[in-house]
Design a protein around this ligand. Structure first.
Ligand SMILES: [Zn+2]
Length: 487
């Protein structure tokens, strides 16, 4: 039995601080005054603010962990500069794990990359740099030996040889990936995250059970299942929401993820109106197939999470939910026709949205959905029509940081001088926080002791400070997973 008092803490809106008594992973009591039971640990919070623990409802955790361990070369103005950046990192590297850089734009460089230039700074550390458009890699001699490729004097590979090498880079020992996942999870905890829905495209519970067996306890994880693994999952007795880690309370089976269209940036999101260059995008699963999957999910106890970005894809998904008589989630819901908005609430379909994408995709939407962007990323319209919203990042597409999502959802702006994009679709901070905390608002007795402690009131901090909101501590089931020096 673990017991802890968070003393003198305020919920946003409270005039007076109170004490939260945490016991066995839950909020056991809320009191006033300065008297505490003997022998109980008390952490003085001196009037700081406490809110429910935050969730990222859509991540690809392994991809995010790999991404955070790759060097960002998007700012390198020349080949020489890129080589210098990786050279400074390579000296601290582990030769068994290649150094990987991403995002370089050699078309803009005044100088020409050479094998010799990259070798000079990186020596025996295998080093592979991947271009912004992914169609080119620049590697050193150590990487060429390791991956048995023979680049010419430039050290560059293009097209298929570049893709093949990029695929090889994703194959790392579990021990390396697990350490990186743990580091990424601790960074998320430092932003107030207590849980993630992981849609990594694999048999997801396997790696997570291994990590938990090795001591991972930084986050709760709902591990998504893909259709190719559905019968295996059903046969193993799994269903959405059920714990699978033998009572540790960290790992549950997540939703059944079904992709039915592509993306806006590749113009494969399935849309009612044609793209300016022609075509409506792609519906990658037939309506009958989708219906069959939803029926099977319903009878097997799985919550379907249907990836639908274009307005036609959202319509197809909602039609299938209606016909199958089941609720669930639509992942992304980036572009929704007016007549479909109210169907989310009516059918019990949660809109799982990534507000940072609205800012990332602003220009792509303005050109591809020209004249119709009043219903792009329609967070306010969805809420007003009765939908439940859940916020997430789709990391690594956007960083795993709920405050970035909350800031984007409430301001529709990066605060970079460019005005807000469709500010009429902004939601309130209260709504954005609840959508980042599985609907939790005020903390009450009996709630899980998944909590975030903040130095400032999240409702009064200026817009400009919201994305970088400082977190003082994070607790998962009454245990500190992050602490900036309080406990
Ligand atoms: Zn995703």
């Amino acid at each position: 039995m673990t017991e802890l008092v968070l003393a003198a803490v305020r919920q946003p809106g409270d005039a007076e601080p109170r004490n939260l008594h945490l016991r066995d992973g839950a909020v056991a009591g809320i009191s006033t005054g300065e008297e505490f039971p003997a022998g109980v640990e008390v952490v003085e919070l001196e009037g700081r603010f406490v809110i429910p623990g935050l969730w990222d409802e859509h991540v690809h955790m392994t991809q995010w962990a790999l991404h955070t361990n790759r060097l960002d070369l998007s700012g390198a103005a020349s080949a020489g500069e890129a080589a210098a950046v990786v050279g400074s990192r390579a000296s601290a590297g582990d030769p068994s794990v290649p150094t990987v850089g991403v995002g370089f734009r050699d078309a803009l460089w005044p100088d020409v990359p050479t094998l010799e230039m990259l070798d000079a700074g990186t020596g025996n550390q295998p080093t592979v740099l991947i271009s912004h458009d992914l169609h080119c890699v620049w590697l050193n001699s150590a990487a060429a030996r390791r991956y048995c490729v023979e680049p010419d004097a430039t050290g560059l590979l293009r097209e298929e040889p570049a893709f093949a090498l990029t695929r090889e880079l994703g194959k790392l020992p579990d021990s390396v990936v697990d350490v990186w996942v743990r580091e990424a999870a601790l960074k998320a905890a430092a932003r107030g995250v207590v849980g993630v829905v992981d849609f990594e495209m694999t048999w997801n519970s396997g790696p997570w059970l291994r990590r938990i067996a090795h001591g991972f306890d930084a986050l709760r994880v709902d591990a998504g299942v893909y259709p190719e693994d559905l019968e295996r999952a059903v046969g193993s007795g799994m269903r959405t929401g059920q714990e699978v880690d033998g009572g540790k309370g960290l790992l549950r089976t997540g939703p059944l993820k079904i992709l039915i269209d592509g993306s806006l940036n590749t113009r494969t999101a399935y849309c009612v109106d044609p793209y300016p260059h022609g075509g409506h995008g792609l519906l990658t699963v037939s309506e009958e197939e989708l219906f069959g999957l939803l029926v099977r999910a319903k009878e097997a106890g799985f919550v379907p999470a249907v990836h639908a970005i274009g307005d036609a894809a959202n319509q197809v998904a909602l039609d299938a939910f209606e016909r199958a008589g089941t609720g669930g989630r639509i992942e992304h819901a980036q572009f929704v026709q007016a007549q479909d908005l109210r169907r989310f609430g009516r059918l019990g379909v949660t809109a799982s949205v990534q507000p940072v994408h609205a800012l990332d995709d602003r220009d792509a939407a303005e050109s591809n959905w020209r004249g119709r962007t009043d219903r792009a990323f329609p967070l306010r319209s969805l809420l007003d029509s009765g939908a439940t919203l859940s916020l997430g990042s789709d990391a690594p597409v956007a960083p795993l940081d709920p405050w970035a999502a909350i800031a984007a959802a409430t301001t529709r702006s990066r605060g970079d001088g460019r005005g807000p994009w469709h500010p009429e679709q902004a939601i309130t901070r209260q709504q954005a926080l609840a959508a980042s905390a599985r609907g939790r608002g005020r903390i009450g007795v009996g709630d899980p002791a998944d909590l975030v402690v903040l130095d400032t009131d999240p409702f009064s901090v200026p817009d400009a400070g919201l994305a970088a909101m400082a977190v003082a501590a994070t607790l998962l089931a009454g245990r500190f997973t992050f602490d900036a020096g309080l406990a």
